[in-house]
Ligand binder design. Sequence first.
Ligand code: TYD
Length: 137
Amino acid sequence: MVVDWFYAQQHGDDRGQLVALEAQKEIPFEIKRVYYIYDTLTGVRRGFHAHKQLKQLLICVSGSCKILLDDGTDKEIVTLNKPYEGIFVQSNMWREMYDFSPDAVLLVLASEMYDESDYIRDYDQFLEYVKSSGGDK
Ligand code: TYD
């Protein structure tokens, strides 16, 4: 698996930095939902699911956290710790998020509205699903 990194353009000047993210420009999908995870307690591991359709961009805009990605064949762990760096997470990808620093804010841009029926929350079901769908992204 090759992690699909995203590097935002930084609009910096002597006042500081600014990053802008626009659908269909920097982000190759229509952004239908934005959410963020913060105040995560030490030792907490979350996620533990894959999506059938949803595409996401994850950016840790403050602090740091680790993301485990698993496409059913390969696993990779990345550290997100810069407000201008992120990863695209395609559908059919198991993810777990952990090692959140106390100041971590994990921003997620998502291609679809919240839909529980798009989730696969059981790891064995996920493996079955990727096998049967041929790992379509
Ligand atoms: P959950 O899926 O458990 O988060 P994670 O995948 O990070 O472990 O979501 C936590 C709660 O938030 C759960 O009650 C569902 C709710 N939620 C929404 O209402 N809308 C959303 O877009 C998301 C991602 C979660």
